[in-house]
Design a protein around this ligand. Structure first.
Ligand code: PLP
Length: 385
């Protein structure tokens, strides 16, 4: 039996070291030991967000933190812009509609990014926008939106807050929250952070705190002011996801051992190029352009003449290699190759070689080894630099 190879865009593989760290004896969250853990860990994770602000921890999936960001800053009836380029952008639309915000939806075709020009033009006729919501890394299509440029547009053209879903990007993609001018940046544990699901992280700018202080937030559990108040004491208002915070501390160790977060970002960039060049060499199409392609996940079109669900089923059954299919109308048209978190160039070589084996099994016409060779070339040239 082949070992299970999880190349999903989340949940993702968890390093053994992190698993073992999380197996330690439980501690109480009202102890000095926890305060130490909380304060150290939230400090060490700041480079992943590119912020000097505190990182708040919610014991939840990422969606709860997205909802917290929305309902702590905007009140019913107020106008917001939501940028959506895929299934996860639509989450923000649903959250904002559910809370009765007046939503102006900037929608792009799935597989495209929202450009600076798109946003400039969309904002022109609008005034009174309280917040602009965007997805950094659209997990359903493998798009990395040019978030720095979008932040610049929001900053220069409006007084709105810029609220970003960084789930599946943060931990693999570069982020400079403070320098770029992002007001709230959210992520979750089970994507690029190499942890099990159940911990959400968010960071909030001074500007956004001012808005939050004056906003009437109709929520007890997701009230960010109470998280801030407790964070001053190195604690959370309610029982936190203690084991996951222990795991997060271990993840910070791994990132530091790699040589710091910039090295982690560089590795993801190499893996992105390895996957893309491998697929091109096998004459398999990609949903996105190289420019906007994500460093943590690649959306790959069905190989010519191959029925996708049988191909993915075959890879899973014969080689225990697990990819995610497409969402919504892309189901059956693409598969998604996750390369985030605990994933290395050697893992890409492995997955590409098994894709080739599967293609050969299904009599796809290609030159055996072409994909591996292309990936290997990208890898070796990245080593020489
Ligand atoms: C996974 C994901 C979500 C949802 O996170 P949950 O932890 O499942 O609530 C939202 N946005 C993006 C971009 C994601 O990748």
């Amino acid at each position: 039996m082949y070992p299970n190879i999880l190349r999903h865009p989340g949940p993702t593989p968890i390093p053994k070291k992190v698993q073992l760290a999380m197996n330690q004896d439980m501690i109480s969250h009202r102890t000095r030991e926890f305060v130490q853990l909380y304060q150290d860990t939230t400090k060490r994770v700041r480079p992943l967000f590119g912020t000097k602000q505190d990182i708040l921890l919610l014991p939840s999936g990422g969606t709860a933190a997205l909802e917290a960001a929305a309902l702590n800053t905007v009140s019913p009836g107020e106008e917001v812009v939501v940028i959506t380029v895929g299934a996860f952008g639509d989450y923000f639309v649903s959250i904002c509609e559910k809370h009765g915000f007046q939503v102006h939806k900037l929608e792009k075709a799935w597989g495209e990014a929202c450009t600076e020009e798109d946003l400039i033009n969309f904002l022109k006729p609008l005034s009174n926008i309280k917040a602009v919501f965007a997805t950094y890394n659209e997990t359903s299509t493998g798009i990395l939106n040019p978030i720095e440029k979008l932040a610049h547009v929001v900053r220069t053209q409006t007084d709105a807050l810029f609220i970003v879903d960084g789930i599946s990007g943060i931990g693999g993609a570069p982020a400079e929250m403070d320098n770029w001018g992002i007001d709230i940046l959210v992520t979750g544990s089970q994507k690029a952070l190499m942890l099990p699901p159940g911990l959400a992280l968010l960071s909030i700018s001074e500007r956004a705190w001012k808005v939050i202080e004056n906003n009437h937030t109709p929520s007890y559990y997701l009230n960010l002011l109470s998280y801030r108040e407790w964070a001053l004491k190195g604690m959370t208002p309610n029982t936190p996801a203690i084991s996951l915070i222990v795991g997060l501390s271990s993840v910070c160790d791994l990132i530091e051992e790699e040589g710091g977060f910039s090295q982690t970002v560089a590795r993801h960039e190499v893996m992105k190029r390895m996957v893309r060049e491998a697929m091109k060499s096998l004459s398999i199409g990609l949903l996105t352009t190289d420019v906007y392609g994500s460093p943590t996940i690649t959306a790959i079109l069905a190989p010519e003449g191959i029925e996708l669900s049988s191909f993915l089923g075959h890879l899973k059954k014969k080689y225990n290699l697990d990819f995610a299919g497409g969402l919504g109308h892309l189901q059956g048209k693409i598969f998604r190759f996750g390369h985030m978190g605990y994933c290395f160039p050697s893992d890409i070589l492995e997955a590409v070689s098994l894709i080739e084996a599967g293609l050969q099994d299904l009599s796809y016409s290609f030159e055996l080894g072409a994909g591996v060779l292309a990936a290997q070339k990208v890898f070796l040239s990245s080593q020489r630099k």
